[in-house]
Design a protein around this ligand. Structure first.
Ligand code: RRO
Length: 297
């Protein structure tokens, strides 16, 4: 199932959702077998910020009946630490590397985009815009004008494909996607997590150290399909879709709703090989659909 995405030639349409698969830890756990059987056709790194971050205090997770609530809070080494420690390891993966970046002002995003433009190990950039612009107080990915201004600013700084990751915590994410496309984004990905909360079962206080978190997993499947349907009607650039995918059939739903790629996220926490399994099941579905089409055109 070779698939083209923003000029990248991928072996199949299944990638990972940012922050849901730690390829460096997986390499330590599984050794070179990980490289021989890498579950995804491209690897999206966890979010990198300019400065190092500790992340949120515990607890960071809460299990839901059909998914996960997380409030990890972007722990990462920061740009310099990522370039020194993470990038050399991720460059050894057998698939193209897409680096996910987040800044708290457009200037910070610009600095990150320019820094990664200079790195040949990086095939594309994904902008995580699910955070407030500290200058305007608006969540960048929730407002079409904020996104337009951001993409206009960073687009000239990189020749690499730029993917804008949409948040469902917006009144009109399809308008955000259209604004990103108009300013030169090469693709959009959707969706980031939906804001949610859990209360401590005994004290009634907020459970998560970060107070609120983001819902992912099967609970998000219907939301992802509806959002994808709306975005696919508004943009022509390719879409990488995700939201609770656990099987090839669910990946096929996203492809038929207009996605070019499908990302596996929360399912990888349960089964680190989920990406390979979903790709295999998807291949079987696509082959049998083609056979049926040949019998009954
Ligand atoms: O680190 C997080 O808590 C986090 C991020 Br940056 C994100 O984009 N989405 C999410 O669900 N959690």
């Amino acid at each position: 199932m070779p698939t083209e995405f923003c000029g990248l030639e991928l072996a199949h349409p299944v990638i990972n959702a940012s922050g849901t698969f730690d390829a460096i830890a997986a390499r330590r756990a599984f050794g070179d077998a990980l490289l021989r059987h890498f579950p995804f056709s491209a690897f999206v790194s966890k979010t990198v910020t300019l400065a190092p971050r500790q992340g949120n205090g515990p607890p960071r997770l809460w299990e839901l009946p059909a998914g996960l609530l997380n409030s990890i809070g972007l722990p990462n080494r920061g740009l310099a630490g990522y370039l020194e420690h993470d990038l050399p390891e991720l460059a050894r993966l057998p698939v193209p590397l897409i680096v996910n970046v987040m800044g708290f002002t457009p200037a910070e995003v610009a600095e990150l985009v320019a820094a990664f433009d200079a790195r040949p190990e990086v095939s594309a950039l994904e902008l995580n815009v699910s955070c407030p612009n500290v200058e305007t107080g608006l969540v960048m990915g929730a407002d079409p004008d904020e996104i337009a201004a951001l993409v206009r600013r960073v687009r000239p700084l990189s020749t690499k494909p730029i993917v804008v990751k949409l948040t469902p915590n917006a009144s009109d994410p399809a308008a955000v996607a259209a604004a990103a496309e108009a300013e030169g984004a090469d693709a959009v990905s959707l969706l980031n997590t939906l804001r949610g909360m859990a209360r401590h079962p005994r004290t009634g206080e907020p459970w998560l150290g970060g107070r609120t978190g983001g819902v992912s997993g099967p609970a998000m499947r219907a939301t992802a399909l509806a959002l994808l349907d709306a975005v696919a009607a508004r943009v022509e650039i390719p879409i990488a879709a995700m939201g609770g995918v656990q099987s090839g059939a669910q990946a096929a739903d996203l492809l038929s709703a207009g996605a070019r790629l499908v990302a596996v996220g929360t399912e990888s926490f349960r089964d680190p090989g989920a990406g390979s399994r979903v790709a295999r099941e998807l291949d079987e579905i696509q082959s049998s659909t083609k056979n049926v089409a040949q019998i009954r055109p």
